[in-house]
Write a protein that binds this ligand. Structure first.
Ligand code: AMP
Length: 547
């Protein structure tokens, strides 16, 4: 038998965050982190300055007794201090636990106790939320307040800037970290049951960060100015902070100023080239831009949108009217999160081109994907057969942190995503629904996402969320919850006419609900759970039945 011949490369070079941290100082010391601290006021620091503060922060953490493997929580907006914590905590061998500031109180208590956080770093503006919960946290020994604001009733709160000042200057002697060691922890928003912890390793973050630099993906490069709107507490802000650090791109952070107006001013003033956020924020921005034609958002030549299906009309309107290009990504907390990206070949921007742009795109390098049916058999990639997406790859979760129900979500090395999709012969994924949102009518499936997309292409519709309504004959039928533009009185009949010809006839809804607002989850997605509950309790407003 022939013997295996080992390669002669530096295969032991660790894929860890020390490399990205060092790059701040050595490769791009002049790149900048800019934070929108107060309306119209930004602060900015070079990567070299940030690295100097990361050294100080590491010393502080060590002095506070943080040991490798221990979890350190952050309760913070997207800002420079949060960015510093992104490096200091994992580079000490500890685990950065980004707490979702918008979770329900019981869920926050659950995740802090489940993760056994030892310390929590909190923005002063968020102290009022956290102080109420502090008595329910069983393992937290210390709070560190970031900013000069009131520390409220947080017991023995320390001050970030004072600690950094006391820590003194000079390089920190970081411990070695194994690339498989845990670096960061993020709980999924938990639409059902308790939130589940996704525990990223140094290796998974390093590889995912590298993938943000891929041209057919987010395409982040040194010349970019990256505006990370997607929260740093949600799947590491889609890898944008790490990607910017690795590439040497400027990073612009909005802090708590997330309304369309402050965001639009930030964009006009800072001229970001790349930005990441969910469709609802893009939709708000578009409305704001339409009402304020003097605004120039055209620096955004390469924005990324995801988190839920990105309406085609939103991308087209932005591109054709405001020269803002938005590309769609798909993924989940468990996939670090970017798994697919839609960047079809440029050419004529005809319907076929926009069809591809409206899909969730191709798997990134190192991400493998398959579709399976209810019996577990593989579904062909023919553009129309649908099945559940299963993914695998080096930045895909292999289990949940201390969770016995983990197995249900994994299938022999593949992550079961719960997303239903078709894949075309070019490898472009099109999500048709979440498994639990799909409308099962007469044994066939109706895609709520597609109906929503078509509804949102109507000029009078601001938002649309489609849910299943129980039906004796068909088992379920679609009910369209619609938010109309102010002062519009478009009726159910007109919207149905709009859908006719765009979707199969049997998909046409039986009922509309004209609502003031679509409820949103803690990460800004349509919360259909709430709509379904309102329907069940007969509390859904503005219902109009079609005969
Ligand atoms: P989360 O873990 O909170 O980021 O949620 C992940 C889920 O968001 C996915 O499983 C999808 O259901 C949904 N999602 C993310 N990106 C997209 C997209 N581009 N289109 C449709 N659904 C998406």
């Amino acid at each position: 038998m022939t013997q295996m011949l080992q390669g002669l490369m530096q295969d032991d070079f660790p894929l860890n965050l020390h490399h990205i941290r060092r790059a701040l100082r050595t490769k791009s010391p002049d790149a900048r982190v800019v934070t929108h601290v107060e309306p119209g006021t930004v602060t900015s620091a070079t990567f070299a300055e940030v690295h100097e503060r990361v050294d100080r922060l590491a010393r502080v953490l060590k002095r506070l007794g943080v040991e490798p493997g221990e979890r350190v929580g952050t309760f913070a907006w997207n800002n420079q201090r949060h960015f510093e914590l992104y490096f200091a905590i994992p580079c000490l061998g500890a685990v950065l636990h980004t707490l979702n500031i918008r979770l329900f109180e019981e869920q926050l208590t659950y995740i802090v106790n489940h993760a056994e956080d030892k310390l929590i770093f909190v923005d002063d503006s968020l102290v009022p939320i956290l102080e109420k919960l502090a008595p329910s946290f069983q393992t937290v020994k210390q709070y560190v307040v970031m900013g000069d604001g009131d520390a409220g009733s947080l017991p023995g709160a320390l001050r970030y800037e004072e600690l950094l000042e006391e820590a003194g200057a000079g390089e920190f002697d970081y411990p070695e970290v194994d690339e498989r060691q845990a670096a960061a922890l993020c709980y999924t928003s938990g639409t059902t049951g308790n939130p589940k912890g996704v525990l990223y390793s140094h290796r998974s973050i390093s590889l995912h960060s590298t993938a943000t630099l891929v041209k057919d993906g987010l395409g982040l490069g040194r010349a970019d100015r990256v505006l990370a709107i997607v929260p740093m507490f949600h799947a590491n802000a889609w890898g944008l902070p790490h990607g910017a650090a690795l590439a040497g791109a400027d990073l612009i952070l909005p802090d708590r100023h997330l309304g369309a107006e402050p965001l639009a001013s930030l964009i006009s003033a800072e001229r970001p080239t790349l930005m990441g956020c969910v469709p609802t924020i893009f939709a708000d921005l578009l409305r704001h831009a339409e009402a304020n034609p003097e605004l120039d958002l055209s620096s955004l030549s390469n924005a990324t949108c995801g988190g839920s299906a990105v309406p085609r009309q939103l991308m087209k309107d932005f591109e054709e009217r405001h020269k803002v290009r938005i590309f769609q990504a798909w993924g989940m907390t468990e996939t670090s999160p970017v798994a697919t990206f839609s960047r079809p070949a440029e050419g004529e921007h005809d319907d076929a081109y926009w069809d591809q742009r409206a899909k969730q795109g191709r798997p990134l390098p190192w991400v493998e994907l398959r579709l399976t049916d209810d019996a577990g058999a593989e579904v062909p990639w023919d553009g129309s057969s649908t099945g559940e997406i299963e993914v695998r790859g080096p930045w895909i979760a292999a289990g949940y942190y201390r969770d016995e129900s983990s197995d249900e979500n994994f299938d022999a090395g593949w992550l079961r995503t719960g997303d239903i999709a078709a894949v075309d012969e070019h490898g472009f994924v099109q999500i048709t629904d979440r498994a639990k949102d799909v409308i099962k009518s007469g044994g066939e499936w109706i895609s709520s996402v597609e109906l929503e997309n078509e509804l949102m292409s109507h000029p009078d519709v601001v938002e649309a969320a489609v849910i299943a309504k129980p039906d004796e004959r068909w088992s379920e039928r679609p009910l369209c919850c619609v938010v109309l533009r102010e002062e519009c009185e478009t009726g159910a009949q007109e919207l149905t006419e709009h859908l006719r010809g765009r979707v199969a006839k049997w998909w046409l809804p039986d009922e509309f609900a004209f609502v003031a607002e679509i409820p949103k989850t803690s990460v800004g997605k349509f919360d259909k759970k709430v709509l379904r509950a309102r329907l069940a309790e007969d509390e859904l407003e503005g219902r109009v039945q079609l005969s």
